[in-house]
Design a protein around this ligand. Structure first.
Ligand SMILES: [Zn+2]
Length: 419
C-alpha cells in the first residue's frame, strides 16, 4: 500500500472517528436528528474539520452547510464565474441508525478536497463540500429537507409549521439552532451556479457485495414515498368488552402490514410499515387509534401507484369489517430519478483511466443527489456494504472500501474541478 493511501487511511480514521462519537448510543446505533444538540455538535465537527483543511464554511438559507475551496480567478465583481463543483451528503441519521449513511459522503468530500490540496492541485472551478440538513426526515417526517428547500421544491411556509412528536415546530427548531426562520427558503442563484454535484454514499443493499466490487456509479433512484395511515376505532376494556362489540384498529393495522407485503411482492417493489403509534398504548386496553407509516418504493411510478392503491383497498376492506374510520395521507413522494448520463459516462471514463472498474447500480433509497438532479447534473458513487444492512447499527463498510470510494471521489473531483 502506498504512503498516500496510508496517510488517507489515518486521516479517514481520525475524521470519521470524531464524527462517529456524536449521537452514538453506547448500547449501539447513532441518532442525530435535525436541529437537535447532536446535530449542532455534528455541524460544529463539520466546521472544525473543514476549517482545519483551509476551507471556508457558510450556511445557506435552507440550513445546509457549505465548505468552500475557492477557484483561483474571481471576476471583477469578486464572484467566481466558473460553475461550482459540489460534493457531499448529510450528517443527520435516522433513530438508532448506522455510522456510514450520510457521514461517509461528508467525510469523503472533506478528505477528497484535502487530498487534492495536499497534492498541490489547482482548482479551475470553485469546489464546495456540502452537508445537507435533515436528509432522513427523522424528526419532522420530510426527507431530503435541506436539499429540496434549497432547490425550491418544498414550500417553506408550509414546512415551518410542521411539528415533531413533542409539538416543536420546524420554525421553533430552526430558531433554537440559531437560524432565522424568516430568512428560511430556497436559493436559486446558488443552485444555478452548480455545474455538478457528486454524492459518495454507502450502498444500502448488497449489489456491490454480490458483484465482488468496492465502488459503483449510481444510475438512478427509484420513485418512493411515505404515507400516514390512521385507523380509528374505540378504546375499551380488554377484559370486559365482548369481541363482537369491539372496534379494534389493531386488526386493521395487521391487515395493512400484510397487504403492504403482499402488494410489494406482487409488484417486485418494497414496502415497509416501520413506525406505529398506538393510543392509548396500554396492555389491558383495546386501542382507540393506531397510526402507522407506510414507506413504499418501486422501479416505476406506476408500480408505486398500484402498490399504494392495493394497500388502500385492503385497509378499507379491513376497516369495513372492523367498524373503523380510515385515513391514508401521502406525507411525501419523490419521483424516480435518472442520474445524469453524460456526467456518469465522464466519471466512468475517469475512474477506468485510473484502473478502477466501477459497477453501475440503481438504488431504492432517496438521496440529496436525487433532490438536486432535476436542477443540476448529478452523480452518485456507492461504496460496498458487505451485508447490505442500513438504517441500523449493523450498517458497515470496510476501511479499504471507504478509502477506495474516497480516492474515486478525489479522482472525479480533480477531473471536474481541476481540468
Ligand atoms: Zn443517506
Amino acid at each position: 500500500m502506498s504512503a498516500g493511501t496510508d496517510r488517507l487511511r489515518d486521516e479517514f480514521e481520525g475524521c470519521f472517528g470524531r464524527l462517529a462519537e456524536i449521537g452514538r448510543d453506547p448500547a449501539g446505533g447513532w441518532t442525530r436528528l435535525a436541529w437537535t444538540e447532536e446535530d449542532r455538535l455534528a455541524r460544529a465537527w463539520f466546521e472544525a474539520e473543514a476549517t482545519a483543511r483551509g476551507l471556508t464554511v457558510e450556511r445557506d438559507p435552507a440550513g445546509n452547510l457549505w465548505a468552500w475551496w475557492p477557484g483561483p480567478d474571481p471576476g471583477a465583481d469578486g464572484e467566481d464565474r466558473e460553475p461550482v463543483v459540489a460534493v457531499g451528503s448529510h450528517l443527520d441519521t435516522v433513530r438508532g441508525g448506522g455510522a456510514y449513511d450520510g457521514a461517509l459522503g461528508v467525510v469523503g468530500g472533506l478528505l477528497a478536497v484535502g487530498e487534492l490540496i495536499g497534492r498541490g492541485a489547482e482548482p479551475r472551478r470553485p469546489v464546495a463540500v456540502v452537508a445537507f440538513a435533515d436528509e432522513e426526515g427523522g424528526r419532522f417526517g420530510v426527507p431530503t429537507f435541506g436539499s429540496r428547500v434549497l432547490a425550491g421544491v418544498l414550500d417553506p411556509a408550509e414546512l415551518l409549521q410542521r411539528v415533531d412528536e413533542d409539538g416543536t415546530s420546524v420554525a421553533e427548531a430552526l430558531a433554537a439552532a440559531g437560524l432565522d426562520p424568516d430568512a428560511f427558503g430556497p436559493d436559486p442563484a446558488r443552485v444555478g451556479r452548480l455545474g455538478a454535484f457528486v454524492e459518495l454514499h454507502v450502498e444500502q443493499g448488497r449489489g456491490l457485495a454480490d458483484l465482488g466490487q468496492p465502488v459503483a456509479l449510481g444510475t438512478g433512484i427509484w420513485p418512493h414515498g411515505r404515507w400516514r395511515l390512521t385507523l380509528t376505532g374505540e378504546a375499551d376494556h380488554a377484559g370486559t368488552t365482548r369481541l363482537a362489540d369491539r372496534r379494534d384498529p389493531m386488526l386493521g393495522l395487521a391487515a395493512a402490514v400484510l397487504a403492504a407485503r403482499a402488494a410489494a411482492t406482487e409488484l417486485g417493489a418494497v414496502a415497509t410499515v416501520g413506525r406505529v403509534v398506538v393510543e392509548p398504548n396500554s396492555a389491558n386496553s383495546v386501542p382507540g387509534r393506531v397510526s402507522a407509516w407506510l414507506d413504499a418504493r418501486a422501479e416505476e411510478e406506476q408500480r408505486l401507484d398500484w402498490l399504494v392503491a392495493a394497500f388502500q383497498g385492503a385497509v378499507e376492506d379491513a376497516a369495513g369489517r372492523n367498524g373503523l374510520a380510515v385515513e391514508l395521507a401521502c406525507e411525501s413522494r419523490s419521483p424516480g430519478v435518472t442520474l445524469d448520463r453524460d456526467l456518469a459516462a465522464r466519471l466512468d471514463a475517469c475512474l477506468r483511466a485510473r484502473g478502477l472498474e466501477p459497477a453501475a447500480l440503481p438504488t431504492a433509497a432517496g438521496h440529496d443527489a436525487g433532490a438536486l438532479a432535476a436542477a443540476v447534473p448529478t452523480a452518485m458513487l456507492f461504496v460496498r456494504n458487505p451485508t447490505g444492512t442500513s438504517h441500523s447499527p449493523a450498517e458497515t463498510a470496510a476501511p479499504d472500501d471507504c478509502i477506495a470510494g474516497i480516492e474515486a471521489l478525489a479522482a472525479v473531483l480533480e477531473e471536474l474541478a481541476c481540468r
